[in-house]
Design a protein around this ligand. Structure first.
Ligand code: NAP
Length: 235
């Protein structure tokens, strides 16, 4: 057991649920959050079977009061995984302002507020780790991903700032930028795709999270670019 506590956003399904199970295996006690209580309860059960303590706390990450309440309930944490996010995929000329704003609200602003609350307690305890799940879309431009891509670029910008602000407080901050991962998000966005076997799997992202958590405090990795070997280089 690590005696460490991790808060994972977007833990009700997909990459977040897989990260939760992986961190439970590593011995982390968990605070799992998302909006869907019943899906969170399923993930909670799976993680508890691995012998760790798991608290579920629902929150809509577009709400500052709900985020503040979540972190009050969580108390001191050693690790924040900012994973929650969603996309609406349109070209710039077809993007509605309300869709743009909804995406920035959760993917950028929600992640910022979680980092703010986490870093406040991590500064008090002189240490911690934050892992932001950005995307290849946070590094490169893709058609029909204007709002989503901007939000993921914002998360990279936040990560860079937090790396600097966290350094002297023993707070290590990382981004992971995966290419396409076989989850419901992709299945919903690309109903035409039928074969997901060649894609990155949620487990691959969870393994990258576990690796970052294993780093000694005197070294760090700013960003992991995780891509299918068949895709062009990311950076
Ligand atoms: P997913 O299956 O759609 O899961 C998204 C998670 O975010 C869910 O747990 C969802 O929970 C939560 N969420 C969404 N809106 C929320 C809100 N307003 N408040 C609180 N929680 C919210 O997606 P995924 O593929 O696992 O993606 C996870 C992260 O990886 C996202 O940030 C995504 O951008 C990023 N990513 C995904 C891919 C990919 O190809 N799949 C690639 C690169 C990066 P509730 O609905 O229960 O609230």
């Amino acid at each position: 057991m690590t005696n460490k506590k991790a808060l994972i956003t977007g833990a009700s399904r997909g990459i977040g649920a897989t990260i939760a199970a992986r961190l439970a295996k590593e011995g982390y006690d968990l605070i799992l959050t998302a909006r869907d209580q019943s899906k969170l309860a399923t993930v909670q059960k799976e993680c508890e079977q691995l012998g760790v303590e798991v608290l579920v706390s629902t929150a809509d990450l577009s709400s500052e009061p709900e985020i503040i309440d979540l972190f009050l309930k969580a108390g001191f944490i050693d690790l924040l995984v900012n994973n929650a996010g969603f996309g609406i995929f349109e070209e710039i000329t077809d993007t509605k302002l309300e869709d743009w704003q909804a995406i920035q609200k959760v993917n950028a602003e929600g992640a910022f507020l979680c980092m703010r609350e986490a870093m406040r307690t991590m500064k008090q305890q002189n240490g911690g780790r934050i892992i932001n799940i950005s995307s290849v879309v946070g590094v490169k431009g893709y058609p029909s991903q204007a709002a989503y891509g901007a939000s993921k670029h914002a998360l990279i910008g936040l990560t860079k700032t937090a790396i600097e602000e966290g350094r002297d407080h023993n707070i290590r901050v990382h981004a992971i930028c995966p290419g396409g991962v076989a989850t419901e998000m992709v299945k919903e966005a690309r109903p035409d795709l039928t074969d997901f076997s060649a894609m990155i799997q949620p487990k691959d992202v969870a393994d990258a999270v576990a690796y970052l958590c294993s780093l000694p405090t005197n070294i760090t990795i700013d960003c992991i670019h995780l891509r299918r070997a068949a895709s062009p280089q990311t950076w």
